[in-house]
Ligand binder design. Structure first.
Ligand code: FRU
Length: 487
């Protein structure tokens, strides 16, 4: 990660824009052994503005090289969110060099009208002949004109092998529209999904993703549809839900009843998750915008605004609650060698671990056995602004997030989030935790990543994380911590 501007909040191990504003990840595609990350970008100020596609590449999903913006607004509008694919067989007919596979980006061109509320949104195409580095917009845009909807955006394109078609999923108000194509330029509508399924609020859904996934330890294949919810997420404001079902190339069938709501993350700051296309390694790797539309424009960073989450690998598993996606760090991500290790250590009332070590960045892996009635707390940044209380109760666990005042005077930011959020975790012998801590953020992946909680915290009193036992006792079966302060 290049260090660009000294800033007490700029993360060490998370992707941030060099300067200016960032929101959703876009166009995630793996080409010629590099992961491309495009993102919603306004380079000229630290608030949302006319959208460009920012651009960076990485070979390990860990260290990123910043590149010039790939798409910039023009007379056809701003460049809203979308996706990218490798056109291996030149089905678009836009490429002539068989040595260098063509790359296509699908984005929403958006023209905002003067009243600021209405806009024209249509799906557009850009292509790259040099493996994703330089881009040209297709001359016959839009490839999918607006059918008369105020919200018609965020195209995700995939290849559906069983039906030998390309498929596009796109937000259509409070539903997802499904389209298909043979040549990536002409698209036919096949269906809609979701008007009565999952979580809705007064605003349109956003940023869909659709992919097949194999159930762990089986050869059963399911389909996952990811959808962003703008206001009604678990912790309030923006959040990311998913559906598990089947997709036949034309329509999606939800396997759960319509009322079931599944969240990829239960924290305040996890939105617009997308997965990389064309990785060819069978892994489903995702990344999300680590912020929330409730206050993203007001967080107390100056030269830059917003980070991405760490990349997370998604697996589908059968759990006691049913089929669920589990999130984990990609294998060998950040070259994790536990440099501080503990085994079979008992923490009694009032005892703490790691207090005063001053690490603001690092990755913790641990397993904790809480006796019944035990309460322990986890303070990822060692301050009072973000504290997780974990209780073992009759029949399960309760995690309570207390997120309070950050920096004095940052009222715009802190008045707009829930200050207390609780999450139940079903009964289990132990609590297994992977925590990624990074200067202004905490990502907690509990129980093999079935329950993830991602939260920002901007407080000046940063002391390094600690774990403390408040009641009962905790057996730390094992724990490792890898400081990443100088990544
Ligand atoms: C989601 C979103 C998208 C849109 C983009 C604009 O965060 O609202 O629906 O394409 O941001 O920046």
């Amino acid at each position: 990660m290049q260090k660009l501007v000294a800033d007490p909040f700029r993360p060490n191990i998370h992707f941030t824009p060099p300067f200016g504003w960032m929101n959703d990840p876009n166009g995630l595609v793996y080409v010629n052994n590099e992961y491309h990350l495009f993102y919603q970008y306004f380079p000229y100020a630290n608030k949302w503005g006319p959208m460009h596609w920012g651009h960076a590449v990485s070979v390990d999903l860990c260290h990123w090289q910043h590149l010039p913006p790939a798409l910039v607004p023009d007379a056809n509008g701003m460049c809203f969110s979308g996706s990218a694919i490798v056109d291996w067989h030149n089905t678009s007919g836009l490429f002539d060099n068989i040595e260098q596979p063509g790359v296509l980006a699908f984005y929403t061109a958006c023209i905002a009208h003067d009243n600021g509320r209405d806009s024209d949104q249509m799906q557009s195409l850009a292509y790259s002949k040099d493996g994703g580095f330089s881009w040209e917009k297709f001359s016959d845009n839009p490839i999918l004109p607006n059918p008369g909807l105020n919200d018609f955006r965020d195209p995700k394109v995939i290849w559906h092998s069983p039906s030998q078609h390309w498929v596009m999923v796109v937000t259509e108000g409070q539903e997802i529209g499904f389209y298909r194509s043979q040549d990536l330029k002409h698209w036919d509508k096949t269906s809609n999904f979701g008007l009565n399924d999952g979580k809705h609020d007064e605003l349109p859904w956003e940023c869909p993703d659709l992919f097949p996934i194999q159930l762990e330890d089986s050869d059963m294949c399911y389909w996952v549809l990811i959808v962003g919810v703008q206001r009604g997420s678990y912790a309030g404001g923006s959040g990311t839900q998913y559906f598990i079902g089947q997709f036949d190339g034309e329509g999606f069938t939800n396997l759960n009843d319509a009322k079931t709501v599944l969240w990829l993350d239960y924290g305040h700051d996890y939105y617009a998750a997308q997965t990389w296309s064309d990785t060819g390694n069978g892994h489903r790797t995702s990344i999300a915008w680590m912020s929330n539309w409730l206050y993203a424009n007001d967080v107390p960073t100056k030269a830059w605004r917003s980070a991405m989450t760490i990349p997370r690998e998604l697996k589908l598993a059968q759990t006691p609650s049913g089929l669920r996606l589990l999130s984990s760090l990609p294998q060998n991500w950040g070259n994790q060698q536990g440099s501080i290790i503990m085994q079979d250590h008992t923490l009694r009332i009032g005892e703490s671990l790691f207090a005063n070590q001053h690490h603001q960045t690092g990755i913790l892996e641990g397993e904790f056995v809480l006796s019944h009635g035990t309460t322990m707390i986890f303070s990822p940044l060692g301050n009072a602004s973000l504290v997780y209380t974990l209780q073992r109760l009759e029949g399960g666990y309760l995690i309570t997030t207390k997120r309070t005042i950050g920096i004095e005077g940052e009222k715009n930011y802190q008045d707009h989030f829930a200050h207390e959020v609780s999450l139940s975790i079903p009964e289990a012998d132990s609590i297994q935790l992977t925590a990624v801590i990074d200067r202004c953020s905490s990502e907690l992946l509990f129980q093999q990543g079935e329950f993830c909680i991602t939260d920002l915290s901007f407080a000046s009193d940063k002391n390094g994380f600690y774990v403390r036992c408040l009641k009962g006792h905790v057996n730390v079966r094992h724990m490792s911590f890898v400081p990443k302060d100088h990544f």
